[in-house]
Design a protein around this ligand. Structure first.
Ligand SMILES: C[S@@+](CC[C@H](N)C(=O)[O-])C[C@H]1O[C@@H](n2cnc3c(N)ncnc32)[C@H](O)[C@@H]1O
Length: 311
């Protein structure tokens, strides 16, 4: 693999080209050639493209799917296949473009079918559960990943791949590849009026599993989430100080923060203490110039309140 962009207009002979949402077998071939797994599992094999490619390459392969009675959200992949593997790779359905249970197969929608999630939030949460399930079935040092796209509808853009990356251990992420999409059945008419281009790619996200106990994994994800929350508070306080000219009293900062982050303030009774904590602990960003008066460290504000302007 010499590029991070995968583009295969021809899907090859593997799997079934009439199975909705099927993937080109060449994508799996490239990934197997690069990662060299000896054992592999696809917990959402669909028509079996990945498994056929793997078997042809002499890789011991396991294919599971909700269609075959295996639920990747709630059933253990490790228990289903009986041993850890070098690589687990899923290709989940996302959004409501293609519904699987009750439509492509079966008579009723299945509550854990990822193509039937009741909200985007529910999808993000279930995909994280699937990825942690995949990770559990992967040997330490092996790889786990997913092939996923983003979606634009009702004037909004939902980035499934960004959420997946944010919810998994950041020190295990090893690759984000772009997979060009060919022959997708999307209505060109629906896109005709849009100023922004139609989405013509998916992502292949790959993580490499580190040796960690479950409690260490939880700690790692909690630290990651906590760090992001702290950074968000800092970014809000920073933005308010920028708007206040880079130099303001605590009272003015409180007022600006309350106006900017009303929801956050409403859900945190101690938000003023949080603002003071952020100011006091972020020495790289904020410095006091007087009692209860703060300035941005790197703004153009000079002591005395004047703002430097470019000549
Ligand atoms: C995009 S298709 C995979 C296509 C496959 N890569 C191919 O080339 O044929 C997604 C598959 O995920 C399955 N699926 C949806 N929710 C699932 C779940 N909770 N557990 C396991 N499989 C699920 C669907 O039945 C469907 O076959």
């Amino acid at each position: 693999m010499d590029s991070s962009i995968l583009s295969f207009p021809d899907r090859g002979p593997w799997g079934n080209s009439s199975y909705r949402g099927n993937c080109s077998g060449h994508v799996y071939r490239e990934l197997f050639q690069a990662l060299k797994p000896r054992s592999f599992c696809d917990p959402m094999m669909g028509s079996g493209t990945s498994v056929e490619v793997a078997e042809e390459m002499g890789i011991s392969a396991h294919g599971l799917d909700l269609r075959l009675g295996f639920n990747a959200v709630s059933d253990s992949i490790l228990a289903a296949i009986g041993h850890h593997v070098d690589l687990t790779l899923s290709h989940p359905p996302y959004g409501a473009m293609i519904r699987y249970s009750g439509s492509c197969w079966g008579t009723e929608p299945h509550p854990d079918d990822l193509s039937w999630c009741e909200s985007e939030e529910a999808f993000h949460e279930k995909l994280q559960m699937v990825l942690l399930n995949q990770r559990e079935a992967t040997l330490a040092g092996g790889h786990y990943g997913t092939i996923i796209g983003d979606r634009r509808y009702d004037g909004r853009y939902v980035s499934y791949q960004a959420e997946a990356i944010a919810r998994m251990p950041s020190d295990e992420l090893v690759a984000v590849l772009i997979k060009c999409q060919h022959n997708v059945q999307s209505s060109r008419k629906a896109y005709a009026a849009m100023r922004l281009p139609r989405i013509a790619h998916e992502y292949v996200l790959i993580w490499q599993k580190r040796q960690r106990q479950t409690f260490e994994l939880l700690k790692c994800l909690a630290v990651q989430a906590g760090g992001r929350l702290r950074d968000t508070w800092r970014a809000i306080v920073h933005m308010c100080l920028v708007q206040l000219g880079g130099h303001a009293s605590l009272v003015d900062i409180y007022e600006a923060v309350r106006a900017a982050a009303d929801d956050r303030c409403a859900s945190n009774r101690h938000w003023q203490a949080k603002v003071r904590q952020i100011l006091n602990q972020s020495h790289d960003w904020f410095e006091p110039t007087d009692r209860g008066v703060w300035k941005l460290k790197r703004s153009g504000v000079v002591p005395g309140g004047k703002v430097r302007h470019a000549a």
